[in-house]
Ligand binder design. Structure first.
Ligand code: BV8
Length: 261
């Protein structure tokens, strides 16, 4: 299929994408920070506000930063947890969840840690970079703690209820390996999918960024949804320019129309 870099307001690009999705028996939706942008959660490419305005997230999301100043890094996650808790899934998240009712198999592979896909109703979500909703002690011996497990503690970062070591979020920091089972599941699904819908990612963070490349190598139709025409748009079969919260509901409507649903 030739590359189509079209304005999603022109029907042909949207119809091409909808047609590819309706013919797909195994669909992967690969998302990054951009899919949560319209829920009010800043992407990594936008300057943070407040305390973190002078910091590059790439410098904060590292084990070194946590070792250097655990309380500061912890406060960044506590802030982001509050932003995510106050946020609502946007129409883009909901459209992705609705695809599950229309297509045979839809799996979401996300780089995000905000949990908004699950809150929108997506039932099969692979979190490549972990989650901010679960914590472990620094050496990883005790895992799966929730915020309620240390609500009574004043100290920040809180201490592991089992061993007293500092707790940290169960996210993947730069320089840390991705959860092997999540990464291999994502790579296998990408190698076996017929269509991949890529939403809101700059595609610069590896090895997550290999996900759409694996899909393309396997012959899947790759559809990229992004306001910016970036490197991923170049390698996609269809590029739908625009914010996910606007483009995805239109794409969902076109899929419904295709299916006569
Ligand atoms: C590792 C969790 C080794 C934490 C994150 C080659 C191979 C392997 C590794 C590397 C490599 N080269 C370099 C590396 C190292 C590094 C890396 O990739 N660095 C980059 C910067 C070059 N990778 C790693 O360190 C990884 N680990 O390789 O370890 C190893 C292996 C085994 C054993 C031990 C060690 C770990 C990477 C994971 C880091 N953790 N997140 C947290 O969230 O706090 S990454 C974090 O940043 C996010 O999760 C996300 O993945 C990434 C930012 O990417 P995006 O999601 O794409 O967001 P971004 O802001 O960049 O872009 C937003 C997009 O949305 C834009 O395109 C924008 O146009 C668009 N947009 C805006 N508005 C909207 C929109 N789209 C739609 N709608 C809108 N409204």
């Amino acid at each position: 299929m030739s590359h189509r870099d079209e304005d999603p307001h022109r029907d042909d690009a949207l119809l091409t994408a909808a047609h590819a999705l309706t013919r797909s028996s195994r669909t992967v939706v690969f998302t990054g920070a951009g899919v949560s942008r319209e829920s009010g959660i800043p992407t990594f490419r936008e300057p943070e506000t407040g305390l973190w305005a002078r910091h590059d997230p790439m410098q904060l999301a590292t084990p070194e930063a946590y070792r250097r100043d655990p309380a500061f890094v912890w406060s960044w996650y506590e802030h982001r947890f509050g932003v995510a808790a106050a946020a609502e899934p946007n129409p883009g998240h909901h459209a992705i969840a609705a695809l599950e009712q229309l297509l045979p198999q839809v799996v979401v592979v996300t780089q995000n840690i905000d949990g908004l896909h699950q809150r929108a109703g997506s039932s099969h979500v692979i979190e490549l970079h972990g989650t901010m909703h679960s914590f472990r002690c620094v050496d990883g011996r005790h895992r799966g703690f929730g915020w309620d497990d240390f609500a009574g503690q004043e100290e920040r970062p809180p201490r592991c209820p089992e061993c007293g070591d500092y707790l940290r979020p169960e996210v993947v920091w730069f320089g840390e390996g991705l959860p092997p089972e999540a990464l291999s599941a994502a790579q296998q699904l990408s190698a076996g999918c017929d269509a991949m819908l890529v939403v809101g990612t700059s595609g610069v963070v590896y090895p997550a960024a290999t996900v759409p490349l694996i899909a393309r190598e396997a012959g899947a139709t790759v559809i990229d949804v992004n306001p910016e025409r970036d490197a991923l748009a170049q390698m996609s079969d269809v590029f739908l320019r625009g914010p996910g919260g606007e483009v995805l509901p239109r794409l969902l409507a076109a899929v419904r129309e295709h299916l006569g649903a």
